[in-house]
Design a protein around this ligand. Structure first.
Ligand code: FRU
Length: 526
């Protein structure tokens, strides 16, 4: 246990966040030397101005001394008698493609991360607080879903395996291979997840077990699974070994979250994409995931003026609270957000906290929006919402929620955006250079065409600027650049400086801090 809050009557931690990208980014020339439309030249290279965040003694203590089983009731309280925030059809009808959310066209030549694998749905190895981990030897690690490049791109989901890469500069990635020893992972294939390096060096892999191992026909059951391992790293590279047995840790309950049996065909249901999250304000630990509202479609009435078939669209962003030390027991909580009658898939949900505001992101496709929206469905894109607490009232960013999308002439060129703590964003190159061919047709075209128009590698990293409830793409960086960034959370190995002339006791200090935060959030949201 850290001893910094034993001394002195109060503790105020002040430390830089998100400034750690400055050197890396200013060294990275903008892709192809293209001037960026939006980027204010004074900030140059995508570097973020260093920000500071303070935490009260109580917040630091709660965060750093958190014990999942002892603090379970405290953590649960925040989630009792709550209703999910709602992403409404009215809000989604405000989605517009603007210079602030659209990316540049991607075309060949671009570097490929692997000679033999397609990759998509990537995520970094993070520390327990969500910062990007740097292992002995200086390595950052990236995980992704993968499939042999001999597989037709449209069929890759049926054979997906988790593979990993490591890099010292976040640009040149060395392929480490499949993560799990053959035949050990659950599911007939593995879908997206997240990976966390605990303080004692154990690595926890949260992933989606889709179908059942050994099944003869491909099924779409989804369960959330866990395996842990040791990690070995030195100047030569990175290796995961000594794996635990894999186990299922979460399944839908049919009340808060839809089961496979309750789903009605059409676009498949979801119970997938676990994202580990430690709330900086409380220390409580969660898995976020993509789900659907519990129950069947005919229990949903979308109301007057809405096509009745819109009731087939019930995506939500689920959340479960950790209950024990080894990450095996979780309690399903009411969803954070739901998109009933609006969207069937809110994929790969994740949170970034900045200035005490909770930015909740999810990926979604045009084809998963419900019918009857004016002026039309939202595009394939990264969508986001902001609230002033984990359980706050989430409002869509930029009115409709759209944060990043592809250029209208190539609407399917990238997908699966993942926002890192410094608001740089990873994604992968999907169906590029289609030149107007509708996405539904791609699968009917000759295999050579399908192979030639699928990227299956990392897209240019995007840099976002955020200001309250608005966001802006301010730069496009190199293909697949992963910066080292830290989350805005108490750092448990920092000393607690005694602040001269500050509040005279911890309680008063906590109170002042709270009032300050409330005001700050109010102003930021205006
Ligand atoms: C998003 C996604 C994820 C899922 C994976 C399957 O691209 O649909 O939700 O885990 O792809 O390949």
């Amino acid at each position: 246990m850290s001893g910094f809050h034993k001394d002195g009557k109060f503790c105020k931690q002040v430390f830089p966040i998100a400034g750690s990208t400055e050197n890396q980014l200013s060294k990275s020339p903008i892709l192809g030397g293209q001037p960026n439309r939006n980027f204010p030249s004074s900030i140059g290279g995508g570097a973020q101005v260093t920000q500071f965040r303070t935490f009260s003694r109580k917040e630091v203590r709660q965060f750093c001394d958190y014990d999942p089983s002892r603090d379970f009731d405290r953590c649960l309280r925040e989630h009792q008698n709550v209703e999910p925030s709602v992403w409404t059809r009215e809000q989604a009808e405000q989605i517009r493609i603007t210079p602030d959310n659209v990316t540049n066209v991607i075309n060949e030549p671009f570097p490929r991360i692997s000679a033999d694998l397609w990759i998509w749905d990537m995520w970094p190895l993070t520390t327990r607080d969500g910062s990007i981990a740097v292992l002995p030897g200086g390595w950052r690690v990236l995980f992704a879903l993968s499939a042999p490049r001999s597989v037709l791109p449209g069929q890759r989901h049926d054979v997906a395996r988790i593979a990993y890469w490591y890099s010292r500069d976040g640009l040149d990635w060395i392929q480490g291979g499949e993560v799990f020893p053959p035949g050990t992972a659950l599911g007939s294939r593995q879908w997206a997840g997240s990976t966390m390096l605990d303080n004692d060096g154990t690595v926890y892999f949260f992933y989606t077990a889709t179908g059942r191992r050994g099944e003869t026909e491909t099924t779409f059951e989804q369960r959330i699974a866990l395996a842990s391992s040791d990690v070995f790293s030195d100047l030569n590279g990175v290796l995961f070994d000594n794996f635990s047995a894999h186990q299922i840790i979460l399944e839908p309950d049919g009340v808060l979250y839809q089961t496979q049996e309750q789903s009605s065909g059409g676009i498949i249901y979801a119970f997938r994409d676990p994202f580990f999250f430690k709330d900086p304000a409380t220390g409580c630990e969660y898995l976020l995931f993509e789900g659907n509202v519990g129950g069947t479609a005919d229990e949903i009435d979308c109301g007057p003026g809405v096509p009745p078939e819109a009731n087939q669209f019930s995506g939500n962003i689920g959340i479960a609270l950790l209950q024990n030390d080894n990450f095996t027991e979780w309690e399903l909580l009411p969803a954070l957000l739901e998109a009933t009658c609006l969207n069937q898939q809110t994929e790969r949900p994740h949170i970034v906290v900045r200035d005490g505001l909770y930015y909740l992101f999810t990926d979604s496709h045009e084809f998963t929006f419900a019918p009857g929206l004016e002026p039309g469905p939202g595009p394939d894109g990264l969508y986001g919402f902001v609230a002033d607490a984990l359980r706050g009232d989430y409002i869509p960013l930029n009115d409709g929620g759209l944060v990043i999308t592809n250029p209208p002439q190539e609407p399917f060129q990238a997908y699966s955006w993942l926002v890192l703590p410094d608001f740089t964003v990873l994604s992968f190159i999907d169906n590029f250079n289609l030149q107007g061919i509708p996405i539904q047709q791609v699968g009917t075209l000759p295999a050579e065409f399908q192979f030639a128009h699928f990227g299956g590698t990392l897209a240019p990293t995007i840099q976002l600027a955020v200001d309250g409830a608005t966001t802006q793409i301010v730069n496009e960086l190199q293909f697949g650049l992963m910066t080292v960034s830290q989350t805005e959370s108490p750092k448990c190995d920092l000393e607690c400086p005694v602040i001269e002339g500050g509040a005279s006791d911890g309680k008063a200090f906590d109170k002042l801090d709270k009032i300050f935060k409330v005001y700050k959030n109010l102003f930021d949201l205006k």
